[in-house]
Each structure stands twice: as C-alpha cells, then as structure tokens.
Ligand binder design. Structure first.
Ligand code: KG4
Ligand code: ZN
Length: 352
C-alpha cells in the first residue's frame, strides 16, 4: 500500500526541476540532515560527534549509534527550521543506506523510513560514496559526467571513471588501508588527535619532506593504491627513535607522509585522466579537503590542461547535502524509490 502511493507520488514529482528533497546521513560520526530545492541548499545541519570520539582516538561504533539516536530528531527539526519549511513542503526523502557502520546507518535508515511511511512520500536510498562524489554537482553546477574521480575518504580510496550520475567504473582501488585511515593512524602515532587528517596537514606546514618513505607499486603499471606500507614505514621510524630515546621529528614526518600520499594520489589520477582521454578531474571525500592534495592536483592539471573540481571543505567531509544531491541526480539517471523494507548495509561497493 505505502509503496503504491509513494510510487504514484514519485511519478508526479520526478521531473520537477525544483523538487524538495530532505536527506539524512548517519553512516559514521556525523548526524546530518539537509534540504535541497532543486540544486539549491535550503538547509545543511551537521551534528558532529568528533569531540565525543576524540578521547578514544577514533570512532567507537556503539557510542556513534547512541549519539545518532539522540541527535537525529533535532537535526531534522533544525533543517526544517533553517529552510523555513514543514514536512508538507518535502517532495521526497533520501537516506544513506551504506557503506558505513551498521549500527550508525540503522539509525538514519529507521528514522527516515518512519518519516516516509508516516507522510506516505517516496524514499531514495543513497550509496554514501556516490554521495561524496555528488557533493561536486552542488558546488560546481556546470559539472557533468563523464570525468575521472579520485575518491579519498576515511573508508575508501579509489579512482573511478564516472560515466553517468549512477554509472561508475572503478579503475583502481586501495589494496589495503584507505588514505584517510592511513592519515588517522599516522596521526595517532605522532600523538595527534582524531581525526588525524587536518592535524597532519597543520603539523606538516612546520616540517620538510626530508624523511624517506617507500613508494608502493613503484615499477608496476597499475591504478591501484597501497597505503599500509607507507603507514608502517612511519610507525617503524617512530618506534626506532623511541627505542633509542631520540627526539621524533614529528613535523618532518607529517610532511614527508603527506607529500608521499598526495603525490601518489595525484600521479595516479592524472595517469587515469590521460589514459581515458578525459578533461575533467573531480576530487571527493574527506581527504579531498587536504590543502596539499588540492594544490598539487591544481598544478598538475594546469600542466596537462585538465579541469579540477572539488567541493568546499564543509561538503567534503560527511554531510547530508551530498546525499540529497546524489538522490536528485540518480533520479535523473532513472533511479526509482525503495520500499519500506530498505535495510542498512555496512559493505556497499562504490558501484552499487
Ligand atoms: O569522507 P569522510 O568524511 O568519511 C568517510 O566517508 O570515511 O573522511 C574522513 C577522513 C578522515 O580519515 C579524516 O582524517 C580525513 O577524512 N580528512 C583529512 C582532512 N580532513 C579530513 N585528511 C587529510 N587532510 C585533511 N585536511
Ligand atoms: Zn564519508
């Protein structure tokens, strides 16, 4: 019954350019709600749990779930208030169903299902990583597929050929750690707070890239990544100096690590863009806010005559605008609403 009504309503509004989408994101440690009217941001509320998880040095899944439960109603209320709207103004809902922490995802999915059912309005399920990519359509309205996308987040690192709004081919992917994970682990060893990326970026500004770090896949022709050897090289370096009671050159280590990781990501991305003969390069995900990565990508793009797009910092890390944006654009690509039995899923592939 719900699904029939939701589908009928969806058919009535799917071609409306300024349809109003309320989206919820709760895959990790940010509870977020956003409202888009067409491509215009009407509200963007993010309740971050970073301060809560800091003392544990990383996200504790059970604590994340509990805090999502406490925050979600306020986030939605705040978003409606910011947009000066009521639920009557919303055409459809969107939610991140995966990938992420299962318990955390379940909060957003259960909440939005209740909302969709109570209002009998359609619901679009969104892949979190596709959401990160779609943040770029809001930040850069002229951007359209096809393009090469570097996906650089806490849970994923990949290079994708984005052929359509919902059509992605993965060209290379990390074989071990995600780049954000490596940033966070190296930060921890250097005594920096979670999340490590912004802290490493800050510390690296005071250092020089004087410490040699091995380059993975040096003579291998691949678009794949590997960050675990780089991370281990830094950890071993620190441990050796600690054993000898010597001072750790934290600034130089942060700088050398950041230089190596960003070099690899830029080189791989440029190689893909050249090989695929695509002019546009897009950066997505939390590590995409790294200043060093952006500067290097801009320089390389200038050299080879590519265009580079990335979202502002607030849309790079987890938010719900990106989820609403992917819902909006996947509808253009023919995606239909889901039924009320939608389940959260921890392990969703980027291409799902
Ligand atoms: O995309 P994201 O918000 O969450 C996932 O979907 O995983 O990415 C979070 C990751 C964390 O590992 C964080 O340390 C990293 O993005 N990050 C950064 C920076 N800002 C956030 N890494 C490097 N430099 C930054 N400025
Ligand atoms: Zn994310």
């Amino acid at each position: 019954m719900y699904f029939d009504i939701a589908n009928k309503k969806f058919d009535e509004i799917k071609d409306k350019e300024d349809k109003v989408i309320l989206a919820v994101e709760s895959s990790c440690d940010e509870t977020a709600c956003a409202i888009l009217k067409g491509k215009e941001i009407k509200a963007n509320i993010i309740a971050s749990q970073i301060e809560i998880h800091k003392r544990f040095g990383g996200v504790v899944p059970e604590i994340a779930s509990r805090n999502h439960i406490m925050a979600i109603q306020n986030c939605v209320d705040e978003a409606l208030k910011e947009a000066n709207m009521t639920l009557d103004d919303i055409d459809l809902f969107a939610v991140t169903y995966g990938a992420g922490l299962l318990g955390a995802l379940l909060v957003g999915v259960s909440y939005i299902k209740a909302l969709a059912f109570a209002t009998q309005k359609p619901l679009i399920a969104v892949n979190h990583i596709k959401g990160h990519i779609a943040a770029n359509y809001i930040a850069n309205p002229e951007l359209k597929p096809p393009y090469i996308c570097l996906i650089a987040s806490g849970g994923h690192t990949a290079i994708a050929h984005v052929k359509g709004y919902n059509d992605i081919e993965i060209l290379g992917t990390t074989q071990d750690d995600a780049c954000g994970e490596a940033f966070d682990k190296v930060a921890r060893v250097l005594g920096l707070e979670y999340p490590g990326g912004p802290q490493i970026q800050k510390l690296a500004k005071l250092g020089k890239p004087t410490i040699e770090i091995p380059t993975p896949y040096k003579d291998v022709d691949t678009y794949d990544f590997s960050f675990s050897g780089i991370k281990t090289a830094v950890i071993n370096y620190v441990h050796k100096l600690e054993q000898k009671g010597e001072q750790i050159p934290r600034e130089d280590l942060a700088c050398s690590f950041q230089e190596k990781v960003t070099d690899i990501m830029v080189n791989n991305t440029i190689k893909c863009a050249k090989d695929k003969h695509l002019k546009n390069i897009v950066i997505a995900g939390g590590v995409g806010s790294n200043e060093c990565l952006r500067a290097k990508m801009d320089n390389a793009a200038k050299k080879y005559n590519f265009n580079v797009y990335y979202p502002p910092i607030k849309l790079c890390t987890d938010n719900a605008v990106m989820i609403a944006s992917q819902a909006y654009h996947s509808i253009l690509a023919g995606v239909r609403p889901v039924d009320i039995d939608l389940d959260a899923s921890a392990n969703v592939k980027i291409t799902d």
